[in-house]
Design a protein around this ligand. Structure first.
Ligand SMILES: C[S@@+](CC[C@H](N)C(=O)[O-])C[C@H]1O[C@@H](n2cnc3c(N)ncnc32)[C@H](O)[C@@H]1O
Length: 286
């Protein structure tokens, strides 16, 4: 079967440079403004298309190594193009952060923006990895998103998806079961609450500081949100439908978002937290 353009975009998570302007890219300067001193090694986890690494290299001539770990081969390829001018100051590796392999570096700074929810429920693995890869006195700068969730654990993007599925004829009350039946965990469940996360982070780190902002998404039309969804969530949600309905699903997501904006002046708003963390001593080692 030939894929429609939007399905092809979702499959490769394409168009992220454009789409991320709506939400994720705002984390980049927010985080980099808090990088102390003159770091020599920075590691970005879930480095996407390399936007944060590029800005870090521009800001910090002191960086002799900027390392990106990322699961998507398409994104690594795009990051490779973007970061080519920085030569051997850059290392990009394909990696699954739910089972991260050790690296021969100690980082002055580790960053991870808009990624942690994808690692649920085994975030402790990457957190232990970061603790073990921070140089003495190094910082872990992490952003986490916290949409409100309902009694089914749905919220944020799940709500827009629920509206889109309903418009396509799925009964509203059966959406939680439809997602669960395809092992699609609601994003609002994956994101955990701030207090739950604080407890988890405290097992590995000292929480040295945190800041919060509201991420507000507005779009110029339905198509813009359709592309944002495909670039950000790929076919994560679309996979609950038969292949022949997926193109229509993306269009319905765009329409649902646009209707929300017409009703409430914005598609969505949710708190984002930036944590500055320092490594704790490993416990229980002789
Ligand atoms: C919303 S994007 C954020 C990208 C970038 N950090 C930013 O702030 O724009 C989430 C990224 O995490 C990556 N990702 C998701 N699960 C992953 C995993 N298990 N291992 C490595 N990367 C993963 C995705 O491929 C994607 O590039």
């Amino acid at each position: 079967m030939t894929l429609s353009d939007i399905e092809a975009q979702a499959r490769t998570l394409g168009g992220y440079d454009d789409a991320s302007r709506l939400r994720q890219v705002h984390d980049r300067d927010w985080v980099l403004d808090r990088v102390p001193g003159e770091p020599g090694v920075l590691v970005d986890l879930g480095s996407g298309i390399g936007q944060l690494l590029q800005e870090a290299l521009e800001r910090h001539p002191s960086l002799r190594l900027a390392v990106g770990l990322e699961r998507s081969e398409h994104r690594i390829a795009e990051a490779g193009e973007r970061l080519r001018p920085y030569g051997d100051r850059v290392v990009l590796r394909q990696a699954d952060l739910t089972a991260p392999a050790a690296l021969p570096y100690r980082a002055d700074v580790v960053t991870m923006t808009s990624v942690l929810h994808w690692l649920y429920p085994v975030e402790h693995r990457v957190l232990a990895w970061v603790r073990d890869h921070l140089a003495p006195g190094g910082s872990f700068l992490l952003t986490t998103y916290h949409p409100a969730r309902d009694e089914h654990g749905l919220g944020g993007e799940d709500d827009i998806v629920r509206e889109a599925l309903t418009a396509l004829g799925v009964a509203r009350e059966s959406v939680p079961a439809l997602l669960a039946g395809h092992e699609v965990l609601p994003i609002a469940t994956r994101t955990r609450s701030e207090s739950e996360l604080a407890e988890l982070l405290s097992e590995f780190f000292t929480i040295d500081d945190w800041w919060e902002r509201e991420a507000v998404v507005t779009v110029r039309d339905a198509a813009q949100y359709e592309h944002f969804h495909a670039a950000t969530f790929g076919d994560y949600y679309a996979s609950v439908l038969e292949p022949e309905k997926r193109a229509e699903f993306f269009a319905a997501v765009g329409r649902a978002a646009w209707e929300r904006q017409s009703r409430q002046g914005r598609v969505s708003a949710m708190p984002v937290r930036l944590w500055r963390l320092g490594a704790r001593e490993r416990r229980g080692l002789g």
